[in-house]
Design a protein around this ligand. Structure first.
Ligand code: HEC
Length: 204
């Protein structure tokens, strides 16, 4: 009995320590977090686009977390400054991602603001990046003989339109592109101190 009690006690202490370190302390640290001045809330179209981004599995190939210079050359790749906690203020759930089969998209709206480019690329990635392994999303477009009033016709590079037809983006696709265009976290923030700078500050 003595041993079982020790085992149980040890397990409880370990669990309590882990819960404090991984849940309680981060919660206290982040509870007073505010949105950076430059961060705009999502529009309703962008929120619908975000749902579509999740539904279509974009998050499995694209991260949204440019890293610090010390960890990866993300700034040299053109993906932007290292993200800070406040950048994710409006993101529920966050879409940090764990895989980088494709480029990080946290600043794609700044890097590629053209709706035409996004629409065409999502219809056929290989029309823009030869040999791209990104899937195409044809079910988010209609193929029509002629445009009707209000249709958003996609301007594809020569040779990529179905013969004699036009490609029209569905509302879900327009929302998705609006979300991508809004992914712009290039505003300035106070960067989290590097471990070296923090140590220096503490020594003062
Ligand atoms: C199987 C992995 C995969 C999936 C799933 C995927 N992508 Fe990609 N994506 C890539 C790769 C690889 C590239 C780089 C080649 C290219 O430009 O096509 C890329 C490129 C991009 C780019 C251009 C990035 C840049 O810096 O130029 C955008 C925008 C993009 N993807 C959006 C999306 C969206 C939105 C979805 C979901 C609807 C999606 N991707 C799903 C792999 C993927």
């Amino acid at each position: 009995m003595q041993d079982e009690l020790k085992l149980l006690g040890g397990a409880m202490v370990t669990l309590a320590l882990a819960t404090s370190a991984l849940v309680v302390v981060p919660h206290i640290q982040l509870s007073k977090l505010e949105a950076p001045a430059g961060l705009k809330p999502y529009t309703s179209a962008q929120l619908r686009g975000r749902e579509s981004y999740i539904r279509n599995g974009c998050v499995y190939c694209h991260s949204q977390q440019p890293r610090d210079k010390a960890q990866a050359p993300d700034d040299k790749r053109g993906w932007g400054r290292a993200s800070v906690a406040g950048d994710y203020f409006y993101d529920k759930p966050h879409l940090l991602g764990t895989m980088r089969t494709g480029p990080d998209l946290f600043n794609i709206g700044a890097r590629q603001p053209s709706a035409d480019w996004h629409l065409g690329h999502l219809y056929q990635p290989r029309a823009y990046t030869p040999g791209s392994i990104m899937p195409s999303y044809p079910y988010l477009f209609d193929i029509k003989d002629a445009a009707e009033p209000g249709d958003r016709v996609v301007n594809l590079p020569p040779g990529y339109n179905p013969a004699g037809k036009i490609v029209v983006a569905k509302q879900e696709m327009l929302d998705l592109v609006s979300y991508l265009q809004g992914l712009d976290h290039t505003y300035p923030v106070i960067a989290a101190p590097t471990p070296a700078a923090a140590a220096k500050g503490a020594a003062k």
